[in-house]
Design a protein around this ligand. Structure first.
Ligand SMILES: C[S@@+](CC[C@H](N)C(=O)[O-])C[C@H]1O[C@@H](n2cnc3c(N)ncnc32)[C@H](O)[C@@H]1O
Length: 189
């Protein structure tokens, strides 16, 4: 079955457009993520693409922390691998190729980022249910969605699904050209 247009996965050929230098001015990863990531954390970059956020996440978790960068497409992970090869960040970043139906990690996560990727997921209920099991109780997830692909009502529908799977939803930070929300895992320890 063909995916709906709005669930189409961003092709590896467009990776360069996610990694343009000007994006750092408009959506600076460090400024966006600093309030949520501390040293020593285990952070998850869901749908990491070419790693625009991954490297700064690894800097923020520091030597004692870890970033798991997850993507559906091996081509995207290869771009991240190339960027971190022989750098001090290499040991802090684990690359993981997931399947369409499951993230497939068992680590307990302090913070998860899903930047411009949730709209590409056809089964959001199963996606959020899985995250609820790997995000620590009280752990936070930042969702950022693009305004052109995702209408206000589609975004609200996504947040309703997150609420039904046990997340408390609050307002997210201001991010250029984006809709945002913070999800807090309501699961008890
Ligand atoms: C528009 S790109 C955004 C990449 C990155 N987060 C950024 O903002 O630069 C969306 C990414 O999500 C990935 N993706 C789509 N569906 C996914 C899924 N079910 N699980 C993991 N990654 C997925 C795609 O392969 C693509 O790399």
């Amino acid at each position: 079955m063909k995916p709906e247009r709005k669930n189409r996965v961003c092709p590896v050929e467009l990776a360069g457009s996610l990694d343009m230098a000007i994006r750092r001015w408009l959506q600076n990863p460090r400024i966006i993520l600093e309030p949520y990531i501390n040293e020593g954390m285990t952070a998850l970059d869901l749908g990491c693409g070419p790693g625009f956020f991954t490297l700064d996440m690894a800097r923020l978790v520091g030597r004692s922390g870890r970033v798991i960068a997850v993507d559906l497409q091996q081509g995207m992970l290869a771009k991240v691998r190339e960027k971190i090869r022989r750098s001090e960040l290499e040991d802090r970043i684990t690359l993981h190729q997931c399947s369409e139906s499951a993230i497939g990690i068992s680590d307990q996560i302090d913070f998860a980022l899903a930047f411009y990727m949730v709209h590409e997921i056809p089964d959001k209920e199963s996606f959020f249910s899985e995250i609820a099991t790997i995000l620590k109780p009280g752990g936070r997830m930042l969702i950022v969605e693009p305004p052109l692909h995702v209408s206000r009502s589609d975004f609200e529908k996504t947040l309703d699904i997150a609420r039904h799977t046990g997340f408390a939803v609050t307002k997210g930070p201001k991010v250029f050209f984006s809709k945002t929300a913070i999800l807090k895992n309501g699961r008890s320890a």
